[in-house]
Design a protein around this ligand. Structure first.
Ligand code: PLP
Length: 402
């Protein structure tokens, strides 16, 4: 111990309530236990061959040097076309920036938007890195709660109540990580009406799951739904989730030029350009064949239904049917207060997750991580056999409680 002090930035973080579950899962795996792991946040598909081939070709052509900080011209042009084709959004190339994943871009965008003490409205349940990025940028997250009964969607009334004189930004994520809830055009119109009354508020629309949608849900994004918000909306996306490219680290965003210039300034000092080879692969992902996206969504939907059918057998749990992404966010209020066969009382979702792991070899993420409890998150981007056996184990675990 001893030595120079670390910065105060760490004081803005609370100790992770879920790291204990993950550490335990890692230890059990190392001990040779076979686990049903529903904790991951990535597709189980491999990156399609034509995308990998574009990366190989880029390497062979010597595209192995620094690129322009904001991304290659080829990629920004493909992104421009993608925004027009998929979203009806017109972002010229100078209003687009590519980064090493959506995550660093979100962080850099908040750094460009916030002064210390500025508030950012985040509907909960939310993705933990939205909260972390706001805090790291000196902002204060203001949580607007949603739950199972309102479909995990922010209403205009709740938005209005959360907005205040220090609000600098609202973060929307649809379909959502962790709930899979998706905002329809009509939902977004309702929120936009409120936002038009608050002209000093930025909007971040984080859309990485846009093509993973089910049933008759149509993806929509707010800058397209309400063009009067275009000048203060940052539309964030990436190839990680929809194109099964989490390891390639390519994200991008489109927004008003002064904000994009601010983000590019920060990227130039903090990260530099995204990987040149991954950028070439992303050109192919966004500009190449798109037909597999619908096939993958149909495949995810079957697995979603398999998991939901199995969870219906679990007493004490209730599960909404997600419109998109690859997560379920079951409510587990019915198991709180019960006792495990080993005599331990379940007081929180973290206790329930620990019980599932220790006694039933099932790994889920407790809702405390997403600022909403008592719930847990589980992915269905895993094999059918894992879903069948793992969900049966969850149901059995619930039945064993007294
Ligand atoms: N936004 C949301 C809502 C996510 O769930 C994730 C990944 O989990 C990201 C952004 C980050 O994606 P990327 O891999 O592009 O950094």
């Amino acid at each position: 111990m001893g030595g120079p002090p670390l910065s105060r930035v760490f004081e803005r973080f609370e100790p992770s309530l879920i790291s204990e579950i993950f550490s335990l899962a890692v230890r059990l795996k190392e001990d040779g236990r076979a686990l049903f792991d529903f904790s991951t946040g990535e597709p189980d598909f491999d990156t399609p061959g034509h995308i990998k081939a574009a990366a190989v070709a880029a390497m062979a052509l010597g595209e192995t040097k620094y690129t322009s900080i904001d991304g290659t011209r080829a990629l920004r042009s493909a992104i421009r076309e993608k925004f027009a084709r998929d979203n009806g959004l017109d972002y010229p190339e100078e209003q687009i920036v590519v980064g090493s994943g959506a995550k660093p871009l979100l962080f850099n965008a908040l750094q460009a938007m916030l002064d210390p003490g500025d508030e950012v409205v985040i509907p909960t349940p939310c993705w933990p890195s939205h909260v972390g990025a706001v805090r790291l940028a000196g902002g204060i997250p203001v949580f607007a709660e949603t739950g199972l009964d309102d479909g995990f969607k922010l209403t205009p009334e709740k938005l209005e109540a959360a907005l205040g004189p220090r609000t600098a930004c609202l973060i929307l994520c649809s379909p959502s990580n962790p709930t899979g809830a998706g905002y329809s055009t009509e939902d977004l119109r309702g929120l936009a009406k409120v936002l038009l009354e608050h002209p000093d508020v930025w909007i971040i629309s984080d859309d990485p799951y846009e093509h993973i949608v089910f049933d008759d849900f149509d993806f929509a994004t707010i800058a397209a739904v309400e063009p009067r918000l275009y000048e203060r909306t940052l539309t964030v996306n990436g190839v990680s989730k929809c194109y099964a490219m989490t390891g390639w680290r390519i994200g991008y965003c489109g927004g008003p030029k002064r904000l994009i210039d601010g983000i590019i300034g920060i990227v130039s000092q903090a990260q530099g350009n995204a990987c040149s080879i991954s950028q070439a692969a992303a050109v192919e992902a966004l500009g190449g064949p798109q037909d597999f996206l619908a096939d993958w969504a149909a495949d995810y939907r079957l697995r979603r239904d398999l998991a939901i059918t199995g969870l219906a057998e679990a007493p004490g749990l209730r599960c909404a049917v997600p419109q998109g992404a690859f997560y379920l966010y079951p409510w587990c209020g019915g198991v709180i207060g019960k006792t495990t066969p080993a005599g331990l009382r379940i007081d929180t979702s973290a206790d329930f997750a620990r019980y599932l792991l220790e006694d039933w070899n099932v790994v889920v993420v407790p809702g405390l991580a997403f600022e909403a409890d008592p719930y847990f998150r589980m992915t269905f981007a895993v094999g059918d056999d894992v879903i069948e056996q793992g969900v049966a184990a969850i149901a059995e675990a619930c039945r064993a409680l007294t």
